[in-house]
Design a protein around this ligand. Structure first.
Ligand code: 5AD
Ligand code: FES
Length: 350
């Protein structure tokens, strides 16, 4: 049964919701092997052996939201908060550029301390200094005007995971946020001209196979340039401290299914997967992922950007992560690609 569905998905890039639910809940070892084989083949068909590298700069861990799963939630009074200055961020880019990165991902909690002018200045400056880099923003929900201005000064891409496509689950997990606004924001970002990234967590408390099928359907419909999928991992200073983490296997299955549903997407092998399993990122690459985002933040602030516990790379220098990731990529038989690595859709429409 599973094998038939996998064949169908491989050839048509879509299944009905019922079929997806059946596949997600009934997959056995042999089916998984076939699924990973096809998802890797699909990745290779569109992107060859290339794996893109992005330098991740976590520039502030302040957040005004209060998501139940996240260690940066505003109710967590135990973490020490930090913000990098514009100069410190530019310094990270300098180091990143030297290490070969041509995409910088600027990520933070929802921190409104950064005046609009300051964010605009940072993006403008990066694009002025480095002509051949792409800037990806991951700063949460802000005003349309700010998104427009940031795009105007050169920001290329925007990551805003939808987190879960189940309205009930979304509302339970995000007491300070709106399910509708999250989705509307993704569409708004696309209309402005950004390459957009959506994505979700696997293994959230009470998440069902139907919810996961809904996530895949949402992605199919939205057709984003990038799709970030990672396991939920509990954090001790959140209400979900005693919840069970998402599993490696379930997450890999979702990565593979996302590759088959949205074959052209850029799909990172996420840090959360590397946290669950020493070889989590390599396994994600072999399941169809084609992007890695090693950490480029200054070592002194890394332990403070604690979305979940036991996050990897907190003691490692940027150069170390750069080399570590390269070795991991080549160990899978793939090749590092240090170019900007725009999405397939973007390249097609250029
Ligand atoms: N476990 C796994 N992923 C998490 N994120 C936040 N908190 C956790 C957690 N406890 C993810 C969210 C967010 C991204 C930056 O990190 O999906 O969008
Ligand atoms: Fe940071 Fe491997 S990526 S140590």
């Amino acid at each position: 049964m599973s094998n038939k569905l996998i064949e169908k998905l491989y050839h048509h890039h879509v299944l009905t919701k019922e079929e997806l639910v059946a596949l997600i809940s009934g997959l056995e070892e042999e089916g998984k092997k076939l699924l990973f084989h096809y998802s890797l083949q699909t990745k290779i068909r569109y992107y060859g052996k290339k794996i893109y590298m992005r330098g991740l700069i976590e520039f502030s861990n302040y957040c005004k939201q209060d998501c139940l799963y996240c260690g940066l939630r505003s109710s967590n009074k135990k973490i020490e908060r930090y913000r990098l200055s514009a100069e410190e961020i530019l310094q990270c880019c300098k180091e990143g550029y030297r290490l070969g990165y041509r995409t910088f991902v600027l990520q933070s909690g929802e921190d409104f301390w950064y005046e609009e002018d300051q964010l605009i200045y940072i993006v403008e400056k990066i694009k002025e200094i480095y002509e051949d880099v792409a800037v990806t923003l991951s700063i949460g929900e802000r005003s349309k005007e700010l998104y427009q201005q940031l795009f105007k000064v050169g920001a290329d891409r925007f990551l805003l995971r939808h987190e879960t496509a189940s309205k009930t689950l979304y509302e339970k997990l995000h007491p300070t946020m709106s399910f509708e606004s999250r989705r509307a924001t993704l569409k708004m970002l696309r209309e402005i001209g950004y390459q957009i990234g959506a994505g979700f967590m696997v293994g959230l408390p009470d998440q069902t196979a139907e919810d996961l099928a809904e996530d895949l359907f949402f992605l199919k419909e939205l057709n984003p340039d990038m799709i970030g999928i990672g396991p939920f991992i509990p954090h001790g200073e959140t209400p979900l401290r005693n919840a069970v983490a998402g599993s490696l296997e379930d997450t890999l299955v979702m990565v593979a299914l996302a590759r088959l549903m949205v074959p052209e997407a850029l799909l990172p092998a996420t840090t959360a997967l590397g946290t669950l399993d020493l070889k989590g990122r390599e396994k994600a690459i072999l399941a169809g992922a084609n992007v890695v985002m090693p950490n480029l933040s200054p070592t002194k602030v890394r332990p403070l950007y604690e979305l979940y516990e036991n996050k990897i790379c907190i003691d490692d220098e940027p150069a170390h992560c750069r080399d570590c990731i390269e070795k991991r990529i080549t160990s899978t038989g793939m090749e590092v690609d240090l170019s900007r690595g725009d999405s397939f859709q973007f390249e097609k429409n250029k």
